[in-house]
Design a protein around this ligand. Structure first.
Ligand code: MSP
Length: 504
């Protein structure tokens, strides 16, 4: 757990749809993970962005009666705005139509071409325009429908350049064998290995049937296939093809956060492309499940989209972030329901954390004149606090946010139980009351730091209400979450409810 540099990415989102809960899901997890690494003192780069080329976007632009660039220009800011609203602290936002991206794509293509891994060939196949993927008959649903979108695929025949993925099967298997745990959670890693073991077919990296893309540097009658192009954003943002020194500093990436729908492209195509170009594969991939709505993946095509900003109106930004992070074990599918969202908000935030803050502030007001006492050295809560720190750290190490928050909420619950067992509100002012309240304040301080990646606004509010100055995010784990850091003698203020209870 020594401090180092930490580079993490989200997928770049297609600009054919406005941001929805499914996009917010992956982005919030990346944000919380990188906030945790900032607490560890790491030098962090958190990247997100938009995927703007390809047939999918060209068609959406046509339907909107706009040229594709104007269309992309109208949607990309909606992602940036949604992330701002959700307190996403991304360090960069890359758009594939930027010159820095084009430079990186050209460089990567040239390297793979020079290595002899890109060659011209004729291709005939069944193509899903939404996925921008060819499917074999085995993969398709009855009636030649795409397994992801359930829409009919289209017959395409083209002369394409191909990436010789079939040459990389052994190299990929050897690499994964030498890097166990590179994909978390493990069962998602097994899915990727399954794809590799089942045999790899070459994939086309160019199209002549459309113009909305980056021309191949050696044959501009072809434009680059959108997935080859899109994956390269992870290199482009750190200077590949434009700033070698910066690239050296940040590559290899620590985690690509992705959804299970794009394992093949990220865990199979991408490391092979990098190997071909003489670039190290990523250090890690964190693969999330889908957030389902009515049992189906939320998507524009399915028409069951929930807009994140509508939910924020009900439970607040932090309430929404908490739900996304805590409710579903990362990697598995989760079913979004409004009742589930409100239920978790009321239980964990309103009743547990919010109530703890309110109670402590009230009793400090009535028994200690509003001045928070220092914690005791040998508090029974110190053990619970140490366990929360260890549990949260171990969970974040393997990108398990629900476990990290669970470990933290054990401390919240232990602190509420400690107050109930001692009932300081019934005692006369004096050392006993002060010890109980000082311990609770110290527990709140530690909870604020540990929960800050999930709840950036409300943990800062807690920090200030218990009289501490500066930013909760300036604290460092583990040094600043050792028991005994709350100095005492600080003004404690109650303020309005942090998480007002919601009645359904
Ligand atoms: N543009 C490609 C990714 C290129 S990355 C080099 C793409 N874009 S997308 O906008 O369709 O979706 C991106 C990702 O959003 C999905 O892979 C997944 O990670 C996330 N999700 C979209 N819908 C989702 C859910 N309903 N639930 C959880 N995540 C989902 O694919």
């Amino acid at each position: 757990m020594t401090a180092s540099r930490f580079y993490a990415t989200t997928p770049i989102y297609y600009v054919n749809a406005e941001p929805h809960l499914g996009h917010a899901y992956t982005t919030i997890i990346g944000d919380a993970l990188t906030r945790w690494h900032r607490l560890l003192g790491d030098e962090v780069l958190f990247l997100t962005g938009t995927d703007e080329y390809g047939l999918n976007i060209q068609r959406a632009a046509d339907a909107a009666g706009l040229d594709p660039q104007a269309f992309a220009d109208s949607i990309a800011p909606k992602f940036a705005e949604a992330w701002k609203h959700l307190e996403i602290a991304n360090d960069d936002f890359i758009r594939t139509t930027e010159p820095r991206h084009r430079a990186a794509v050209e460089e990567l293509l040239q390297r793979c071409y020079a290595a002899g891994d890109i060659e011209l060939d004729l291709y005939r196949g069944k193509y899903c325009v939404r996925c921008e993927l060819y499917y074999s008959d085995d993969d398709l649903l009855p009636g030649d429908r795409c397994p992801i979108h359930k829409l009919p695929v289209e017959e395409f025949e083209e002369e394409n350049y191909f990436f010789r993925l079939s040459r990389f099967q052994d190299r990929l298997l050897d690499w994964y064998a030498a890097h166990p745990g590179a994909i978390v959670p493990e069962f998602r890693g097994n899915e990727a290995l399954g794809v590799i073991r089942s045999g790899l077919r070459d994939f086309s990296v160019s199209r002549t049937s459309l113009t909305w893309g980056i021309p191949l540097p050696w044959d501009p009658s072809h434009v680059t296939y959108v997935w080859f192009d899109a994956l390269t954003n992870y290199l482009a943002a750190i200077g590949f093809g434009t700033d070698a020194q910066r690239f050296e500093h940040w590559w290899p990436v620590d985690y690509h956060l992705i959804g299970k729908d794009i394992i093949r492209q990220h865990c199979v195509y991408w490391p092979a492309m990098l190997m071909s170009a003489g670039i190290e594969p990523p250090r890690g991939w964190a693969v999330g499940g889908w957030l389902l709505s009515g049992g189906e993946k939320m998507s524009k095509t399915t028409g069951n989209v929930v807009k994140p900003l509508d939910l924020v109106d009900t439970v607040g930004v932090d309430g929404f972030r908490y739900y996304v992070l805590a409710d579903t074990p990362y990697g598995q599918d989760g079913d979004f329901t409004y009742e589930g969202l409100v239920g978790r908000y009321n239980a964990d935030l309103a009743n547990n954390l919010g109530n703890l803050m309110a109670r402590v502030a009230t009793v400090v007001g009535s028994k200690c004149g509003g001045t928070g006492p220092a914690p005791s050295g040998d508090s029974p809560l110190s053990r619970a606090a140490a366990d929360a720190v260890t549990g949260a750290s171990a969970a974040w190490d393997v990108v398990a946010p629900s476990r990290a928050l669970d470990a933290t909420w054990q401390l919240v619950r232990a602190t509420n139980a400690h107050l109930e067992a001692n009932e300081p509100w019934k005692l006369e002012p004096g050392p006993q009351v002060e010890a109980v309240l000082g311990d609770a304040l110290e527990a709140l301080r530690i909870v604020a730091v540990l929960a800050s990646p999930a709840l950036p606004d409300t943990t800062q509010a807690i920090w200030e209400r218990i009289g501490l100055s500066g930013a909760v995010t300036s604290q460092r784990v583990p040094a600043d979450v050792a028991w005994g850091g709350y100095p005492g003698g600080l003004p404690v203020t109650k303020g309005p409810a942090l998480f007002p209870r919601i009645t359904v």
